[in-house]
Design a protein around this ligand. Structure first.
Ligand code: AMP
Ligand code: ZN
Ligand code: FE
Ligand code: FE
Length: 290
């Protein structure tokens, strides 16, 4: 039998991706993946549609979410929640809180851009986002279209990223709260792209992992577009040491991150075994909760 591959980290128009959940599922199919998980920022609004199209196409699917947690700069901590119950009240409370954080931040970014002499309005940003979660990539896309920058990357470097002239942070949840709410919603928690924590050495990274393990972390994203071979080896060894699942994904966003292809992460593919072990753990967790 030929090898089978998956993608456990991707975004749709429900957050800041440029393909609809249906289109992501179709791309997964045409990219020869056998399964995928949708992990939009701060929302599960896309998972029902993705699940439906996945079923139509004969693909396996895991519902997911990606949550930005409090973490000291310049690092960022993103946690992936998998297998969450879409009807959970705890999850709804969490996503509401996260969206409020964005609603408080986004107008500040736009006012600052206006002060800097750039012509951009919240109405345009809302239109760009299409009624869903508004993220900085939507703002970046408008700046690019209007010719204020020549790339999305430049929009971040000059304006939107930490150190940029229109950077504002959003209120975040603590990792402890995110993990406890994902658990209450029946989900498992995986630490996304550990390189983005920007810990200064592997001992510091291990301490972060250990703290999360105490809070119930189930896995660590080993393969990711930002990870090189040495990163992958380090994260695999940590996973082994703390008995964590290993997962992987491209962090596909569509045309705002043109270099990232669905099902590919820095030249690698993501083995089907990652999907199966994750799905198995989700099923046993749900069975235990029943
Ligand atoms: P937000 O959710 O509004 O905080 O924006 C986060 C999104 O912006 C994620 O999809 C990130 O991958 C993307 N992002 C963050 N920093 C950069 C950067 N320097 N260049 C391009 N995209 C970025
Ligand atoms: Zn994103
Ligand atoms: Fe992320
Ligand atoms: Fe992501």
């Amino acid at each position: 039998m030929s090898e089978s591959y998956v993608d456990l980290h991707c975004h749709s128009t429900a957050s800041d991706g440029t393909l609809s959940p249906t289109e992501v599922a179709r791309l997964a199919r045409s990219s020869d993946l056998s399964g995928f998980a949708l992990t939009d920022h701060d929302t599960i609004a896309g998972v029902a549609e993705a699940a439906e199209e996945a079923t139509t196409l004969g693909l396996d699917f895991i519902p997911g979410i990606e949550i930005s947690c409090e973490f000291p700069a310049p690092g960022t901590m993103h946690l992936l929640g998998y297998g969450i119950d879409p009807h959970s009240e705890d999850l709804k409370n969490l996503t509401r809180q996260l969206l409020e954080g964005r609603d408080n931040r986004n107008p500040r970014i736009i006012s600052r851009l206006n002060e800097l002499g750039l012509d951009i309005s919240m109405a345009e940003v809302e239109q760009e986002a299409g009624g869903t979660v508004i993220g900085r990539p939507h703002i970046a896309a408008i700046l690019l279209r209007k010719g204020y920058v020549h790339s999305i990357k430049q929009a971040f470097n000059v304006y939107l990223a930490p150190g940029g002239s229109a950077y504002f942070d959003k209120e975040r949840v603590t990792a402890a709260d995110a993990i406890s709410l994902i658990h209450k919603a029946g989900g498992l928690v995986v630490m996304a792209h550990p390189v983005q924590l920007r810990t200064s050495n592997s001992a510091e990274l291990e301490q972060v992992v250990r703290n999360l393990v105490e809070l119930g972390l189930a896995g660590i994203e080993v393969i990711h577009s930002d990870h090189n071979g040495a990163d992958i080896e380090l994260f695999e060894s940590l996973a082994k040491k703390y008995n964590l699942l290993t997962t992987g994904g491209s962090d596909f966003h569509g045309s705002t991150k043109k270099d990232i292809k669905l099902g590919r992460a820095a030249g690698r593919r993501i083995p089907r075994a990652y999907f199966d072990r994750l799905a198995e753990r989700i099923n046993s967790t749900h069975a235990a909760q029943r």
